[in-house]
Design a protein around this ligand. Structure first.
Ligand code: SF4
Length: 159
């Protein structure tokens, strides 16, 4: 783990009421838990916790309006700087992509035998397709362009 991420994770107070998650995160990502796991060197477990509620962590970690969401609700931000939650999230997902941890995502059989079309390969379409695929559905994404953007291609191939 690089020194910066280490410092960010150590700065988190692991608040039991977790306003960063409960008030700040539209996806209800379990922020204190994934930060603590990362701090303890369990980045793969941190990814497993985070991936229960999100698919595009490398992107959300970089482009979400964090100061209006998780970081804007961080207790550390009351008297100083909030924890840099976005950068920790992106770090975990970048590592997951590099190590292909997403290939081990557990599937359930709830939608086994169902064939489902998702129209559009934007963030909502990809997220929807991912959660459907995890439930056992056979998912096809329809996209008006001939391919996804290069940086999203990795996600496309998992379906
Ligand atoms: S509110 Fe801030 S300090 Fe508290 S658990 Fe969330 S990220 Fe950590």
């Amino acid at each position: 783990m690089n020194e910066r991420i280490k410092q960010y994770t150590e700065y988190c107070l692991n608040c039991p009421i977790k306003p960063c998650s409960n008030k700040g995160c539209p996806l209800n990502n379990d922020i204190p838990t994934f930060i603590k796991l990362t701090k303890d060197g369990n980045v793969k477990e941190a990814y497993e916790v985070l991936s229960k509620t999100t698919v595009l962590g490398s992107i959300c970690g970089r482009i979400c309006p964090h100061m209006k969401q998780c970081e804007g609700n961080c207790v550390r931000g009351i008297k100083g700087e909030p924890v840099n939650i976005g950068e920790i999230e992106a770090y975990i997902f970048d590592k997951a992509l590099k190590n292909e941890w997403y290939k081990n995502t557990k599937k359930t059989q709830e939608l086994k035998g169902k064939r489902i079309a998702v129209v559009g390969s934007g963030p909502a379409g990809l997220t929807c397709a991912d959660f459907l695929a995890r439930s056992g559905a056979e998912v096809t994404i329809y996209e008006k362009y001939d391919k996804l953007r290069r940086n999203l291609k990795t996600w496309y191939t998992r379906f």
